[in-house]
Design a protein around this ligand. Sequence first.
Ligand code: FAD
Ligand code: NAP
Length: 333
Amino acid sequence: MNKSLQAFNTFGIEAYADQLIEINSVAQLREVLQDITEPFYVLGGGSNILLLNNLKGVVLKMSIPGIKVERTFKKVVYLSAGAGVNWHQLVLYAVENDLGGLENLSLIPGTVGASPMQNIGAYGIEIKDVFHRLEAVEIATGKVKVFRKKALAFGYRNSIFKNKLKGKYIITKVWFKLTKPPHRLRLSYGAIQSVLAASGVDQPTIRDISNAVIKIRSEKLPDPREIGNAGSFFKNPVIDVKLFASLYQQYPKIPHYPQADGTVKLPAGWLIEQCGWKGKRVGNTGTHVRQALVLVNYGNAKGSEIQALALKIRESVRQKFKISLEMEVNIWD
Ligand code: FAD
Ligand code: NAP
């Protein structure tokens, strides 16, 4: 146990692994997989994990670089990026080159390789909307396989890699299908329009949208460099219309978003807030003052303390609303 992982997870949890190997190419990854005898863990930017204990094994830190324009057509451009590319750097590259589709996903921490895992999303866009294909190495055989969009079974903060193929593949490269101008802008979500209006922008570009999202996120969400966190700890629950109807009767102010399939999505942050948890501190942990869905490490918290708080929060929500929150963060034990 001699490699500290504190700088490698945005919760800032102090835990150790036997070794950390930086993976810089597919060829190196295949060699490592052939030789490895210990258990191993695949790490991107560490912004969606909670370390409960020291890890008995090796961490493979995905650092495969490279952003490339693969093909250009009249209306669309295919852009690829290595698994180790920082997600926000990819978004900025697209914005600088006037390639549309990623701008609403500005400032999400982490790497390109992890982005399909939970079909990252924000401000009305998910990566499934711009995803074309990915390349991954099968852990059991070392074979390189290409997955197209349909094969990934993308869902709300979900993909096949969190279910049927969990722990079976390591993503090495992702291709995105982006637009050339004129772009289809997505402005209806959250505070984007009001921020644009306040800045006097009436004909927004994708750069304006990216800047607006950066502004909103910087003001609302805790910066992991200042206070440890992994973003939303739980997924927003999607419930059936019958349960929603009974909740609505009891709580007429409940924010809700009807889905295309007839179900209703509720903001988990609101449910947690109604249980009195917003901004509450418990020892070294707590929920963020501006967004109760974000659990934070005030310094020196153990992973188990954060997990204990999460379980208490989940129980309060279950008792008050009869809804069982599902954890979004990946627990590493
Ligand atoms: P990690 O945390 O390193 O890994 C996450 C999981 O993916 C692990 O199980 C890991 O084993 C696996 N994994 C990582 N890389 C690979 C790979 N190459 N191949 C196979 N498996 C891999 N998420 C959103 O969806 N929307 C948001 O708006 C958002 N905002 C956030 C804001 C903050 C402040 C923070 C801290 C987090 C936020 N997140 C958000 C969560 C997180 O940033 C994303 O889930 C991100 O994609 C995780 O990337 P990562 O590289 O850090 O993954
Ligand atoms: P918010 O704007 O306060 O909204 C709360 C929740 O309500 C969001 O999570 C969102 O669900 C839902 N919502 C809001 N407006 C909606 C609309 N017009 N249509 C459908 N659903 C709507 O949320 P926030 O915490 O500030 O986050 C803003 C965005 O960034 C959200 O998209 C959120 O998912 C994303 N984000 C994600 C993480 C993470 O770790 N996963 C962390 C921070 C922010 P959706 O989540 O489905 O969008």
